[in-house]
Design a protein around this ligand. Sequence first.
Ligand code: ATP
Ligand code: MG
Length: 425
Amino acid sequence: MATTIQAIRGMNDLLPDQSPAWQQVEQVLRQVAAGYGYREVRTPVLESTQLFKRSIGEVTDIVEKEMYTFDDRNGESVTLRPEGTASCVRAGNQHGLLYNQIQRLWYMGPMFRYERPQKGRYRQFHQFGIEAFGMDSADADAEVILLSARLWKLLGIADDVELQLNSLGSNEARQRYKAALTEYLLDYKAQLDEDSQRRLGSNPLRILDSKNEQTQKILENAPSLSDYWDDESSAHFNQLCQRLDAAGIRYTVNQRLVRGLDYYNRTVFEWVTTALGAQGTVCAGGRYDGLVEQLGGKATPAVGFAMGLERLVLLLQEREKLAPRRDVDLYLMPMGEAAELRAVTVAEELRDNLPELRLVVHCGGGSMKKQMKKADKSGAEMALIIGEEELAEQRYTVKPLRNQDPQQRLDWQALLERLQPLTRG
Ligand code: ATP
Ligand code: MG
């Protein structure tokens, strides 16, 4: 026997039993994004490698070791996108959407990172993200965070996620802080964990979110990022906090929050949960005023976030917040050849009249007992039976499958009325 082929490690199939939960989440995401005036953008999953190297930064985890990069048949280096922001900016620049304009955009789709697969961490995963271009005031930062907060509220997990907030200051402030932090840490170099030692020369800010205990201990007396903020960044941060306070959004200022990507400045934030073990960040974002220009466009301020949908769905399942609509409302059972013929038109007319109805027509005939078994297994709320008597009377028998209500024989109009409520199931 031939061996069966398996999916690539860390890349998941989404099977029909799970897809309704995802559709439900996606529906809420779309609705909320639209509710804040955001419009969808879809970009290719494959981009030139240079795009991510130039935006995410050469010395980040993603670019150093997580990208799916290969040469195409023409010898050009291409990469499966590891995140959405770079592509969004690339598309915005390419099509002239950004300069001197305000754009509120969202995207959703698969991302690819070569990581060690575990709960909440996969090699193909999905992100929903929003990006607001052309607004440099703290209103925009607040809007982006409010939008995310509304998602938690609508999904019923507002109490399960916590907002952590920080500011990186301006790029110059960050450079000065980088130098001060490096100088401080050099004295303790030998005591730092291996990763942090390596980062000391390349990306010292990343040391701040090291999980190593001893490194964290050393960091306790390190210079503080907020001491290096420039006045404008301080004011920006205060304005953001005021707006969040006004909206009743709770947050913790976390001075160690720096984010893994190079392109952020000023505001950075994460929504974290304790419900998912080590993979606790559900949504992460911030301001990236320099990126558009860095990718060849005219300077355009921007702020946004990305959220991991696998982690979000895991959290919703953990909290039992997903109650998707049932797959089948009605199972149509024709008894005999003539009824089978009639069932075709009845089914199509039902679909004309009740477009939301989920109707499965039994295929292949068989006894009442056999068909009833299939009806039950389908999960349908009700069965619709057409037999000889029904044909003669031009009426239809409906039989509830999930409760003890009696079966009824109804004419066409009464049937439509009886089925209408099913479509809200
Ligand atoms: P982490 O610290 O968990 O590796 P990150 O900083 O690399 O996260 P971002 O690049 O900010 O993550 O991506 C935004 C969100 O996308 C994360 O908060 C997370 O929810 C999700 N995410 C990132 N990488 C993965 C992955 N490999 N599998 C599943 N979800 C992921
Ligand atoms: Mg990561």
